[in-house]
Design a protein around this ligand. Structure first.
Ligand SMILES: [Zn+2]
Length: 350
């Protein structure tokens, strides 16, 4: 395997050197699928080295992921309890892991060329690895609204509404979330959220809560809201303006209104600081520089990749491989169903 990247600026040149180093190590150590499987099975604690039927220790030959039991003649899949259970291109997996451990972040397309595998396989490997990294992200990571990353969202995914812009995915996700919140406690919390922006008396609070309940998750005209309500135009209009101030309602296309999630999510995000600002701009730069534009659906995965890329202590040599054995093998199902939340986690840049 040989790399073909042009290296003009010094950062890229240094990265090219690291890439060459990984490829040299890879070409020397991982010549066959057996070599690759052996490297995985070396992480033995999580592997099935005892017969899954009778518990007797199994005999295994070099690079074989199946082992035969002399006792009961059952065949045991050594990697069965791990995310590597069904993999078909073990060499590519090792290469992908080594690249990430070296802080080399390339697109799945570039990787598919480098490893000589199909683009869809490369994408799957990357998603699983990003899922593994995400799984290890500390609870106290910085929190942002996914909507803040709109400038790098430019690719469609299966979650993009038909015939709409990739950006429409954000509104769709908000609509979905709002549907779920519909009957929850948020209906009565509207006035308390708005109360953080405006001084409210008890009467106006009740009006605000009643108005919020009227606003659906699809754009609805003021006249229609008014017809549904028992309020006169003045108080309803004032309540909607107050709800807009609290980011609970959004005015779209003139006199149409829709629920917005921002007001409810606001308390969950990290307050502005030098640290949040720098984490945000570094993450944005990382995505722009490496991937140009991404789909909203996988935003959180790219933010996990950013952590791996920028934190060379947490994700140095051997760390990602080890982490891969630290997650359940149901990881693949999670990857297939993954959709970025309205609040995303970002680790501060190192
Ligand atoms: Zn057995």
């Amino acid at each position: 395997m040989r790399s073909k990247r042009n290296s003009t600026d010094p950062d890229k040149a240094a990265e090219q050197q690291r890439l060459d180093r990984v490829l040299a190590r890879f070409n020397a150590q991982v010549k066959t699928d057996e070599d690759a499987f052996e490297l995985l099975i070396e992480q033995a604690e999580k592997c099935q080295l005892h017969c899954c039927k009778c518990g007797q220790k199994v005999e295994r030959s070099y690079g074989q992921r199946t082992a035969y039991c002399q006792g009961c003649r059952h065949t045991t899949h050594v990697l069965a309890p791990t995310i590597f259970h069904d993999i078909r291109v073990p060499k590519a997996w090792i290469l992908a892991i080594w690249l990430k451990e070296e802080g080399i972040e390339i697109s799945a397309n570039e990787f598919s060329r480098l490893a000589g595998i199909a683009g869809s396989t490369a994408q799957h490997i990357f998603k699983v690895l990003m899922d593994v990294i995400l799984f290890h992200m500390p609870k106290d990571a910085l929190k942002f609204l996914s909507a803040n990353f709109a400038p790098v969202i430019g690719k469609r995914s299966r979650k993009t509404p038909a015939d709409e812009d990739p950006q429409a995915e954000e509104a769709e996700k908000q609509r979905w979330q709002n549907e779920r919140w519909k009957t929850s406690e948020t209906d009565n919390a509207a006035s308390s959220i708005v109360g953080k922006f405006l001084k409210l008396d008890e009467k106006f609070s009740r009006v605000i809560d009643a108005a919020y309940k009227l606003v659906p998750t699809t754009p609805t005209h003021f006249d229609h809201l008014h017809a549904k309500s028992e309020m006169s135009v003045g108080p309803l209009s004032a309540a909607l303006t107050a709800l807009e101030l609290g980011y609970l309602v959004k005015r779209v296309r003139g006199d149409y209104f829709i629920r917005s999630s921002v007001g409810i999510l606001e308390p969950k995000i990290s307050p502005p600081s030098e640290q949040t600002q720098s984490a945000y701009s570094s993450a944005m730069e990382f995505i722009r520089d490496r991937f140009h534009s991404i789909s909203r659906r996988y935003l959180q995965y790219y933010l996990a990749a950013f952590w791996c890329y920028s934190d060379r202590v947490a994700w140095g040599q051997g760390k990602l491989l080890k982490a891969c054995f630290n997650v359940e093998n149901s990881c693949t199902t999670r990857v297939n169903e993954f959709v970025t939340d309205l609040v995303v986690n970002v680790m501060p840049a190192h």
